[in-house]
Design a protein around this ligand. Structure first.
Ligand SMILES: [Ca+2]
Ligand SMILES: [Ca+2]
Length: 161
């Protein structure tokens, strides 16, 4: 028996298999080595001071990952967009949501105008914008009914007669 095989032979009895202690690597795979253990970390994780695989904070460590805001999550990260914007296919940039296309019936009674980061409802004359700005309310009707009731003939009410 040479020295190397003797060493291996001794280690078989002295080396503890730390991998059997439980989840010593965290988010990784444990490999027992002579006198210790090694962790092969899952994607998005890196060995910390105790060898344990810890989440990589991509938002801090990898610079500007996102066009707007970065949100670190275990094993990965997510980009977040401001209100009125949706995440682009690349997962990093933000693109305006075309509310006129996406919300059926938005700006009822008026005209929907998509804007960068928002939406505007343009109401025709005689209509007022609802409180949430997403609908045009016909105020002529009420006016005309009142007008008719009071025996007045309002020029703008011709549509109702
Ligand atoms: Ca992460
Ligand atoms: Ca928009």
């Amino acid at each position: 028996m040479n020295l190397k095989s003797l060493k291996t032979y001794v280690n078989m009895f002295t080396d503890e298999n730390e991998c059997l202690r439980g989840n010593v690597c965290g988010n990784g795979t444990c490999t027992n080595v002579e006198g210790g253990f090694e962790c092969s970390c899952d994607e998005g994780f890196a060995p910390g001071p105790m060898q344990v695989c810890e989440d990589v904070n991509e938002c801090q460590e990898m610079g500007n990952q996102c066009a707007f805001r970065c949100h670190n999550v275990p094993g990965s990260f997510r980009c977040i967009c401001p209100y009125g914007y949706a995440l682009a296919a690349d997962g990093r940039h933000c693109q305006d949501i075309d509310e006129c296309q996406e919300n059926f019936g938005v700006c009822e009674g008026g005209e929907c105008v998509n804007t960068e980061g928002g939406v505007i409802c343009e109401c025709p004359e005689g209509y007022i914008l609802s409180q949430n700005g997403m609908k045009c309310i016909d105020v002529r009707q009420e006016l005309c009914y009142d007008g008719v009731r009071q025996g007045k003939k309002l020029s703008l009410c011709t549509f109702a007669t």
